[in-house]
Design a protein around this ligand. Structure first.
Ligand code: ADP
Ligand code: MG
Length: 335
């Protein structure tokens, strides 16, 4: 069906009908000049926004609309998770080119709604516009947390252990497979990696558990790649760090399909973007408490390095030998 037939207000009504607000914190959702909602007493507001641009962040010929909707919210949930906060409300802005059908928008919101429901998030508004030729998606996610419990990038201290959830590199290899084997039926291992790229699971519960139990001193979610994102923690905390490549968690499908050359598996994992895992530092005295808690985490938890004094810099060690940082730069939109 043609979007022009229902128009902007028809589309908004359609979104509103498909996404009924179920959160008790929302007094006014879609349909007024602004939404009105409340936080529990004593909570601080935690806000994040992401912009996804067609052909920069996603390829409409590779990702189905349902998965795009799901992933668009997942990347914001991952940011809220990295603060140790609780996601609550979301707003979606869309700039839609004429080539996008109503079915596409319906599927987008089905996927978006599935991810929202899974995390108890209510859609409370947005904005809708036409676009000359590319699809733009901007998602705002609001959450709450206790100020003292939230985890920032700046709290790491020398001597802390460095941990990562899940496995790294799957998403980058999944994207590589999607591009290089477009149209072919993937093997079970390939399918796993494609899922990791197109359907990431934000570590919301894990982030909240870390914050609630005061276990992490600094935390970030991995969107640009382990090495690049670690640099953010080190800059904000004014510390150095060491990572041991042997400790980087790699999934079995990743190990079976990663090209033997160029580069070893851990290079993909260090550079790889869009893992949406959590990287955090914790004092060594919390190690046993952490390992007990992480037993309940399906994604698993790995200790991959240590925070060091800033004078040591940020070093990746492969079998003890420092790796040239030029090999490890992550994704940067402007370079
Ligand atoms: P305004 O002209 O004041 O920006 P709109 O007509 O754009 O108002 O929006 C009307 C209502 O519909 C508002 O509550 C707005 O938040 C909501 N809305 C608009 N676009 C979207 C969207 N893409 N997703 C969810 N809600 C939307
Ligand atoms: Mg508007």
């Amino acid at each position: 069906m043609d979007l022009r037939k229902i128009g902007e207000f028809g589309l908004i009504a359609r979104i509103r009908n498909r996404m009924p607000v179920r959160s008790p914190g929302v007094f006014k959702g879609i349909g007024d000049d602004a939404a009105v909602s409340s936080l529990a007493p004593g909570m601080d507001l935690v806000s994040t926004v992401d912009l996804l641009v067609e052909d920069v962040h996603f390829d409409r010929s590779l990702i189905p609309a349902y998965q795009l909707g799901r992933k668009s919210l997942a990347v914001n949930l991952s940011d809220i998770a990295a603060m140790g906060a609780n996601p609550l409300f979301t707003l979606v802005s869309l700039a839609i080119p004429s080539g996008v059908s109503l079915e596409f928008i319906d599927d987008f919101f089905s996927g978006f709604g599935a991810m929202a429901n899974a995390h108890g998030v209510a859609l409370i508004g947005g904005d809708t516009s036409a676009s000359p030729d590319r699809l733009f998606i901007s998602i705002t996610l609001l959450g709450e947390g206790k100020r003292e419990a939230l985890v920032y990038r700046h709290g790491a201290q020398p001597g802390d252990d460095l941990y990562v959830t899940g496995t790294l590199g799957d998403s980058l290899l999944g994207l590589h497979l999607a591009r290089s084997q477009k149209g072919k039926t993937p093997s079970p291992e390939g399918q796993y990696l494609l899922e990791r790229h197109f359907n990431p699971s934000p570590r919301v519960q894990e982030g909240r558990t870390l914050a609630r139990n005061n276990l992490a001193r600094a935390m970030i979610d991995l969107s640009d790649g382990l090495f690049s994102d670690l640099l953010h923690i080190c800059e904000e905390s004014r510390v150095g760090a060491v990572i041991w490549t042997e400790r980087i968690p790699l999934s079995a499908p990743f190990r079976s399909l990663v090209p033997a050359s160029p580069g070893k598996g851990w290079q993909w994992a260090l550079k790889g973007g869009e893992d949406y895992e959590l990287l955090f530092s914790a004092p060594p005295e919390k190690a046993s408490e952490l390992s007990v808690l992480a037993r309940d985490w399906p994604c698993g938890l790995s200790r991959i390095g240590k925070i060091e004094p800033s004078s040591r810099g940020v070093v990746i060690r492969d079998e003890g030998e420092p790796v040239d940082p030029a090999l490890l730069k992550g994704y940067d939109h402007f370079t």
